[in-house]
Design a protein around this ligand. Structure first.
Ligand code: GLY
Length: 570
């Protein structure tokens, strides 16, 4: 376990002089806290992108809540303490395995507004204007997070008021920000100034620094409206008025009916077996992981990966080619099944997957120009992930997003929350890359009410039918490959959860035809891969993976080293 103190003496002084600011109900000190990367415990654990959010969730577990209660409280706290991605103005997906054996797959993905059109981001000459699909309120889909929270609540035990109160306190009384958050806020000052009609709280005359207190009174008020009125406190009344007011000031197109009509959808989880002992439960479309993860896992199932070894040239080559094959299909076939017929059964069938693997040559790099999608008959990226496991045996895996860091950049005036720029996850024009470099076609074109294709892949693995791994990550198109690698690292390479989370990751997505690697990816392997014909490109970081592993009642929760991610439990 490694602990890191992040906060300055000034935050400590603040607590000494204003002890009443400590969130009494949850015994959390928002002005002095530590990042904890790993915890081993037996009762329950939470791992998320921010220490305060993980603490809020763990306290709910200690106070008798189940994993769903803790997940709701953690998500709401993230919306306050991690504004770049935690949200009430975005959307996401939840996979849960309940103690009674029921699987849940909840889709609270954003939707295209009723006034959206297929070519809304093309200029008169037909050129894609990705500045419009990526920034400001025209890039926003109808938010789904709050509708999702109230669907989750159906499986929770505690009153919603108790679950949302820590988030309200954190917004109203403030919390000290980390060095990472200060840096991100400073880097985005021009973005906020450009895409807001009313100056948001994130804009500051002098640079933000670690230990500064961030107070969000408008957000606290919005959260109180949700506490007192349920989902209507967001989709109707005062908050809806503020959202529509912002749309009018900034040329957005979300209207009152879009908000009122938004529904989260409970879908059937994707469930498949891997090797003898493992059952993998993941999210179906519009989350692409529901097709790509079974494809990739089936493609490697019979290959001698464990003999190759972790990050050996052979293993990286095989996994890269598998990623290439799957992402080629993603570009052509995947989209919202409520709008486009996606041949899911065929794409994930063993016979199709085996046929595709005939294109894999163990001796040399594939080429995306030659390897297209199979023949089927007739994101600066910001998303965030959290895992929870409780003493009753419930497991929850939630990935949620604003899309880019701080979403569209627009804070809904006087409501205090950032709204997403998720419309860029549609294919704004066939062949034109989105902010993650991913291309798409008709399957993922814009249509009113349609959900944009996502890479989010919240996943739970059962071993011998019992919860074994709870996994997920942010990272745009790298999400699915990071989940794939994490599962392979733990299951095939017998790696610890800590190593699987923190060792360098790599990613291939068909186009562009290159392997992205993290800076600490071994140079010798890079050199060998280049000799095989691969182009290698370094990337600052790939994902921020969270893992909970449960073995014989012992829970190990690990937060990624790549951020302020923290594991809590008891
Ligand atoms: N916005 C990132 C994703 O949904 O894939």
């Amino acid at each position: 376990m490694f602990l890191k103190n992040v906060f300055s003496a000034s935050s400590l002084l603040l607590v000494l002089f204003f002890p009443s600011l400590i969130i009494a109900q949850s015994k959390i000190n928002p002005y002095q806290y530590t990042i904890q990367k790993k915890i081993e415990c037996t009762n329950g654990a939470v791992v998320s992108a921010h220490p305060l959010a993980s603490k809020v969730g763990a306290n709910i577990l200690k106070e008798g809540g189940n994993a769903l209660d803790a997940a709701i409280a953690t998500q709401l706290a993230l919306a306050v303490v991690y504004p770049a991605a935690g949200n009430i103005g975005g959307g996401g997906f939840m996979i849960a395995r309940l103690a009674n054996g029921k699987n849940l797959a909840l889709d609270f993905r954003e939707k295209a507004p009723a006034k959206s059109t297929r070519d809304m981001y093309l200029d008169a000459k037909g050129n894609a204007q990705t500045d419009l699909s990526q920034n400001g309120t025209l890039s926003s889909g109808v938010p789904g997070t709050i509708a999702g929270l109230f669907e989750e609540l159906k499986y929770a035990k505690l009153p919603f008021k108790k679950l949302i109160q820590p988030a309200i306190d954190l917004a109203e009384k403030g919390f000290t920000i980390s060095a990472g958050e200060a840096n991100d806020l400073n880097e985005n000052q021009d973005f906020f100034k450009k895409y807001n009609t009313l100056t948001p709280i994130f804009v500051k005359a002098t640079p933000w620094k670690a230990g500064d207190t961030l107070i969000q009174k408008d957000l606290a008020k919005t959260l109180m409206l949700i506490r007192d009125n349920g989902a209507n406190g967001f989709y109707e009344g005062e908050t809806a008025d503020l959202i529509i007011g912002e749309m009018k000031r900034s040329n957005g197109i979300i209207n009152y009916d879009d908000l009122k009509n938004y529904k989260a959808i409970e879908r059937e989880a994707v469930v498949f077996n891997y090797k003898m002992d493992y059952t993998i439960i993941t999210m179906p479309l519009p989350a692409s992981g529901g097709v790509l993860l079974p494809q990739m896992m089936k493609m490697i199932e019979d290959q001698p990966l464990s003999t190759y070894g972790f990050e050996s040239v052979n293993a990286v080559h095989l996994m890269t080619e598998v990623e290439r094959l799957s992402y080629a299909d993603r570009a052509k076939y995947l989209g919202d099944r409520d709008f486009f017929k996606v041949p899911v059964k065929f794409l994930t069938s063993t016979s199709y997957v085996f046929e595709r693997m005939k294109l894999y040559d163990p001796s040399k790099a594939g080429n995306s120009k030659d390897i297209g999608s199979g023949n089927v008959p007739a994101e600066h990226e910001e998303t965030t992930h959290l895992d929870v496991y409780d003493k009753y045996g419930n497991a929850v895996s939630i990935t949620t997003t604003l899309n880019g860091g701080y979403g569209s950049g627009t804070v809904i005036g006087k409501a205090g929350f950032l709204i997403n720029n998720e419309m860029d996850d549609f294919s704004v024009k066939p062949g034109v890359p989105n902010m993650y470099g991913a291309v798409g076609g008709e399957a993922n074109s814009i249509a009113p009410g349609k959900r944009m294709l996502s890479s989010m892949t919240p996943t739970i693995v059962l071993k011998n039918n019992k919860p074994y791994l709870v996994v997920g990550t942010p990272g745009g198109t790298t999400i699915t490959t990071s989940v794939f690698q994490t599962l392979v690292d733990i299951i095939d390479f017998d790696m610890s959860a800590e190593d699987a989370v923190n060792k360098p990751k790599f990613h291939h997505q068909w186009l562009p035809d290159e392997i992205f690697v993290e800076k600490d990816f071994p140079m010798s392997v890079r050199t060998e891969l280049e000799k095989m014909g691969y182009k290698i490109t370094e990337r600052e970081q790939i994902g921020r993976t969270e893992v909970i592993k449960i073995v014989n009642g012992k829970i190990t929760a690990v937060g990624d080293k790549r951020g302020d991610d923290t594991a809590e439990g008891y």
